[in-house]
Design a protein around this ligand. Structure first.
Ligand SMILES: *Cc1c(COP(=O)(O)O)cnc(C)c1O
Ligand code: SF4
Length: 355
């Protein structure tokens, strides 16, 4: 049987090979890949139906990545919020622990494009342990998010060692793992992995589906294994121009996730990262998209639409404007667009009326 390590090794990294398969000129792709590496797993590659389609756009290098823009490599100032290289500590009670820089597929829109897949940005296991030492002396952190890179690309043994050390910290209540492998390398979600993970509850896994075509039988099986192990599954989607920026694509993605027992958590406005401008949508478009979903799909399917503010100021939720006026009467706009008055009555518990 082919192992997940073999599938990863078989990933397509060479622009010439991609160009040959699809009958394209390799030269423009090669220039991009020298700056931002490319890797596409066999599973993800077979989801491409035609050049330029929503799967292609997410994984194939694009000359637009080299466009000169005003944007920076690290708009979220993650590096400034790093007390040690493997920790991002922005909110008092929760911290991100970076376990590596490698991913199965290098998403072209990645916020950490500056380091993901780059050998120069490699993080050693000792650096991860130094991150855990930081967490040990930071008692306010109740919630640790393993991220990267993709934490599930570590070996079972390494991941287990990290989880054991984090679980041993008395202040840590929950552990979250952010991973795209159910989408890009679903064969990684093996029974031994899941048997190991379930020892570390309460454990949350946030995955990253962006398009309904990613909801394959193999991805469904990966999610089933995780959910059957009692792991709470969430999903973070990035709102991407030409990939999922219409209700026709987003609604089946979100309802399809619920069928896999995955709760949509965040819909991310694209971060202002250099080399990703061709994916960006305007905020009004994101608001209109969320509004189009409300009332049409189950409330469980609707994620929080968030902007992660530049400079490390954090995530801010964006809502369509339902609230029109506050006062003794509140005016609300329904999902269908109707304006409705609502009496703003609160209990008068301190009056003598009832005596
Ligand atoms: C998103 C994020 C978190 C987690 O935020 P939640 O809103 O609790 O999911 C924590 N730290 C950093 C740096 C983040 O970007
Ligand atoms: S899986 Fe996540 S961290 Fe890895 S390249 Fe994609 S967006 Fe970036």
């Amino acid at each position: 049987m082919e192992t997940w390590q073999q599938s990863l090794h078989d990933g397509l990294t060479d622009p010439a090979e991609l160009a040959r398969r699809f009958g394209l000129d390799p030269a423009p792709l090669a220039a991009v890949v020298r700056r931002y590496p490319m890797r596409i797993t066999p599973h993800y590659l077979q989801l491409i139906e035609a050049p330029g389609d929503p799967i292609w756009r997410q994984c194939v290098a694009d000359p637009a990545e080299l466009a000169v823009d005003e944007l920076t490599d690290d708009p979220l100032a993650e590096e400034n919020l790093s007390p040690v290289p493997t920790v991002i500590h922005r909110y008092p009670d929760r911290a991100v622990l970076l376990t590596g820089n490698d991913c199965a597929v290098y998403c072209r829109f990645c916020t950490r494009k500056r380091r993901v897949g780059c050998r120069s940005g490699a993080l050693s296991f000792d650096a991860v342990l130094a991150g855990i030492d930081y967490l040990a002396r930071t008692p306010a952190v109740r919630d640790v998010l393993l991220s990267g890179g993709d934490p599930l690309l570590l070996s079972d043994a390494q991941l287990q060692e990290i989880l054991e050390r984090v679980r041993r910290l008395p202040q840590v209540e929950i552990i979250r793992i952010g991973t795209r492998l159910p989408v890009t390398l679903p064969e990684r979600i093996t029974d031994p992995l899941v048997t190991m993970l379930r020892r570390f509850h309460p454990l949350f896994v946030n995955t990253h589906f962006n398009h309904p075509r990613e909801l394959t039988p193999a991805a469904a099986e990966a999610c089933r294994r995780l959910a059957d192990a009692g792991i709470v599954l969430g999903n973070q989607t990035v709102l991407l121009r030409g990939v999922n920026d219409t209700p026709e694509v987003m609604a089946p993605l979100l309802t399809g996730l619920l069928r896999l027992r995955v709760r949509p958590y965040y819909l991310h406005q694209m971060d202002l990262v250099r080399g990703t401008g061709h994916f960006r949508t305007r905020v009004e478009e994101g608001m209109a998209l969320v509004q189009a979903l409300r009332g049409k799909v189950s409330g469980l399917a609707i994620p929080h639409y968030v902007i992660d503010l530049p400079g490390g100021k954090g995530k801010v939720p964006i809502q369509p404007e339902y609230l029109q006026r506050l006062g003794d009467t509140v005016t609300l706009r329904t999902a269908a667009g109707e304006l409705v008055d609502y009496p703003n009555l609160a209990a008068d518990i301190y009056t003598d009326k009832c005596r």
